[in-house]
Design a protein around this ligand. Structure first.
Ligand code: ZN
Length: 281
């Protein structure tokens, strides 16, 4: 019993700590009032997260097994073994973040993948509970991608564990309902901020095809997907706009609807409200 509790704390401790810290920040200094109840949305997103964890543990090899396989690529493993660990870590972070950038971009541009990623964007509020709201199939695909990078690159396993820690913290930070603190704003030209990533969650379709970066904004600038309204830094007056997928929320307010969403018929887009011109016609 004690051993099980210890294992659970080791597995989920950093995640619970990040969730608690950023939740406290958004409780004490929220950017805007929540559009939907937090507790119920957190229940939905943690159920998705736990489902994803169970599937990942049972269906995919561990990072250690991937690293053992990588050691068979003697050339790259030997090469990185001679390199200072700090340099290997920076390379690992860049490689992982670039892989996640392209994966995220494909989840938006390939229709069958968008059906899977839609669960994340269907949240009608934007806060720390959104950080856990991913369809389990998306988590499986991204975990398999990371394992592939471990095997092919031959970079040290410990660097991937550290990079995973950075991604965990940044994932909660960018999904928090807070404004970037003034002292962090110079850094935010390089690092994704809540203002930068929230624009990607706008219910305007064209905004969702921008700002794919997770940790660094450089990939969006290099590959032409930076949103011209944000430009990679925290604006002096963050904008208020609606997030979501522009659909009635019923399907996305129940765990069965969220899990089944990829195989259900596409939701019907509500007709646009009439313009003044239509009303005159
Ligand atoms: Zn997205």
């Amino acid at each position: 019993m004690i051993d099980q509790l210890t294992d659970t704390l080791i597995a989920f401790g950093p995640l619970i700590l990040c969730l608690a810290l950023f939740r406290l920040a958004e409780l004490f200094a929220p950017f805007e009032k929540a559009q939907a109840p937090y507790a119920y949305r957190l229940l939905l997103s943690t159920t998705l997260y736990l489902t994803a964890s169970i599937l990942t543990v049972n269906l995919l090899p561990t990072q250690s097994q991937a690293a053992a396989l990588a050691l068979q690529w003697q050339i790259s493993a030997d090469f990185f073994a001679q390199m200072p660990l700090a340099v290997s870590f920076i390379i690992t972070l860049l490689v992982t973040d670039l892989a996640v950038y392209f994966s995220h971009r494909l989840f938006h541009q390939v229709p069958v993948l968008w059906r899977i990623h839609r669960a994340h964007h269907s949240d009608t509020s934007y806060d720390t509970s959104t950080a856990l709201r991913f369809h389990p199939v998306e988590v499986l695909i991204n975990t398999a991608l990371t394992l592939g990078v471990i095997v092919v690159s031959g970079l040290p396993l410990i660097c991937f564990i550290w990079a995973e820690g950075v991604l965990l913290v940044i994932n909660f930070y960018v999904h928090s309902n807070i404004v970037t603190p003034r002292f962090l704003r110079p850094l935010s030209r390089l690092i994704v901020t809540p203002e930068y990533h929230k624009r990607h969650h706008s219910d305007a379709g064209q905004d969702q095809m921008t700002n794919y970066g997770t940790v660094l904004t450089i990939w969006d600038h290099l590959f032409g997907s930076a949103n011209p309204l944000v430009q990679g830094f925290a604006p002096a007056a963050p904008a208020h706009f609606t997030v979501g997928v522009g659909q009635p929320p019923e399907r996305y307010n129940a765990i069965v609807g969220l899990l089944a969403d990829p195989i259900l018929p596409n939701p019907v887009t509500p007709p646009a409200p009439p313009t003044q011109q239509d009303q005159r016609d």
